[in-house]
Design a protein around this ligand. Structure first.
Ligand code: GAL
Length: 507
């Protein structure tokens, strides 16, 4: 991704817009040029020249500025901090320049590590760092790069499944007037947390110019509408309620995937007797139990009752919610003891190695298994949810103060396009939000998800932004995290009811 820059235009632009950056750009003085040798790392250089390995961002950022200003001397810019290729010439910046950079460096703004040519940057905020997710995102980046080769893409991820760490970082940037150019946003009520009327651009014009109202199904369009506007372009549809199992383990023990909680218990007992960890979960990031519980709720209630929990039409104090908590407690009684140390994908390793039997997790697991070259997995709706699809959708938004707005709009066009969605979803483990993708590009699981999406009762995920505003979803999540340790059914049910009251939906 080499940028050839018309320096004159750049200088004029910078002089008009960001005078401070000009001085930084013009003043990159390299104290030394080093040619990358085997086993060289940015942190080694930082340690050697500045006495501190943690100063590596200064080397990356200032080298990249030098590479932009003097491409003949420094033809290779550093796109990934962990990848330096043998033979590259690196500018080791002068010590005072490095110090000046580090004084204002903010790790939450990775774009400062990259230079930007005349076409600027595209800073994309998301939490997609796991296998499958990262590849899917890269697939959309490739298409964007093909169309806009002069734009520097900055993959501004904040690791942590379900956006657990992302939300706070992203919101601080947005409210501070310093947002990414576009960021991941679940379709549904999650948008409320970002005060879209102030901080985001409505995307109605883009929907019209790209024909997006014709491309997405009506129910999804309804989910995407908040205060009469569209605030995100959806890339996909995910399913929350999938029971994944190891096929060989099930076959060896003569088992079929359980369809009810009673059957779950029988299968789990059989697995336990065979020395297999019956049920696996990772609870490290604090959202995974809440994810599974939404699926248990959907499996313990009718679709109308489940929907009613989020609209105030079905009561959290109902005995069926008590039963759902008992069902979840039963599941947890078969869980791996090391769950507090594992993320969702860490727990999935039990299934890959055949030491674990079953896991309930969203269908990004399909993308992750695929990225690990694991094909020995089977799937079924989680217990009690035959004919029910607990759905969610990832979209991308446009902050009102996006620094590279045109680049961001072009990104949203890629996200909403058939080409973009076909590059993204087969790797991500999701199906297209569009209705015109080619099914033959998708594996067997995803083809089955397409069929289910078209005929099941669709109910909204709460853990992934669709059903409730973020403050309510967070109270719900925290209650379920505590439940894993306490097993307190009555106390947890009272807290869940109170969360609904706090959200202003229940009395
Ligand atoms: C969800 C998101 C998915 C996937 C998952 C695990 O919230 O919608 O795309 O990233 O988290 O991180």
């Amino acid at each position: 991704m080499k940028k050839l820059v018309n320096l004159t235009i750049l200088a004029v632009l910078l002089l008009t817009l960001v005078p401070v950056a000009v001085s930084a750009q013009e003043m990159v003085v390299c104290q030394e040029e080093v040619v990358v040798a085997k086993d060289d790392w940015l942190s080694n250089y930082a340690d050697k020249y500045f006495g501190n390995a943690q100063s590596w961002p200064a080397v990356m950022a200032l080298h990249n500025q030098a590479a932009l200003a003097e491409p003949d001397k420094y033809p290779d810019s550093i796109v990934n901090a962990d990848i330096l290729e043998v033979g590259w010439t690196i500018c080791i910046p002068a010590e005072d320049a490095a110090e000046a950079f580090l004084a204002s460096y903010d790790p939450d703004k990775p774009e400062t590590l990259y230079a930007a040519g005349e076409a600027g940057q595209l800073v994309v905020g998301s939490w997609w760092t796991a296998g499958g997710e990262a590849e899917g995102l890269a697939g959309m980046f490739s298409i964007y790069e093909g169309q806009h080769p002069d734009v520097e893409i900055v993959n501004a991820t904040v690791a942590g499944g379900a956006g657990t760490n992302f939300f706070a970082v992203n919101k601080a940037r947005l409210l501070g007037g310093d947002p990414a150019d576009t960021f991941q946003l679940h379709a549904g009520l999650e948008v409320e947390t970002y005060s879209p009327e102030t901080y985001l651009e409505p995307l109605d014009d883009l929907y019209a110019s790209e024909g997006l109202e014709e491309a997405f199904p009506p129910d999804l369009l309804t989910l995407l509408t908040y205060q009469d506007h569209y605030w995100g372009v959806p890339a996909n549809i995910h399913r929350s309620n999938v029971l994944w199992y190891n096929k060989a383990v099930f076959e060896a023990n003569g088992l079929t995937p359980p369809t009810t909680f009673e059957e779950f218990q029988q299968v789990a007992d059989a697995l336990q007797a065979a020395g297999i960890q019956p049920y696996v979960i990772g609870t490290k990031d604090g959202w995974e139990a809440a994810h599974v519980f939404e699926d248990v709720l959907a499996g313990s209630l009718t679709p109308e009752e489940y929907r009613g929990l989020w609209t105030g039409e079905f009561s959290w104090t109902d005995p069926k919610v008590t039963q759902a908590l008992e069902n979840f407690k039963m599941l947890l009684s078969y869980a791996n003891e090391d769950h507090p140390a594992l993320t969702w994908d860490g727990a999935g390793e039990y299934l890959i190695s055949g030491t674990g039997g079953m896991m309930i997790m969203g269908d990004w697991t399909d993308g992750w298994f695929t990225s690990k070259d694991f094909t020995g997995y089977g799937w079924a709706p989680s217990p009690g949810t035959q004919g029910i699809f607990v759905g969610l959708s990832d979209s991308f938004s446009l902050p009102a103060e996006a620094p590279n707005k045109e680049n961001a709009l072009n990104w949203l066009k890629v996200v909403g396009s058939k080409e973009g969605q076909e590059a993204f979803n087969p790797q991500k483990g999701s199906i297209c939000a569009r209705t015109d993708c080619d099914p033959s590009l998708f594996n067997e699981y995803l083809q089955s998800a397409m069929v289910d999406w078209s005929q099941d009762a669709i109910v909204p995920s709460v853990q992934h932004g669709a059903a409730a505003i973020l403050s309510w979803a967070t109270e719900y999540k925290d209650a379920m995290t505590l439940f894993v340790a306490s097993g307190d059914v009555a106390g947890t049910q009272a807290v869940l009811q109170q969360a609904c009251v706090d959200a202003g939906v229940c009395q």
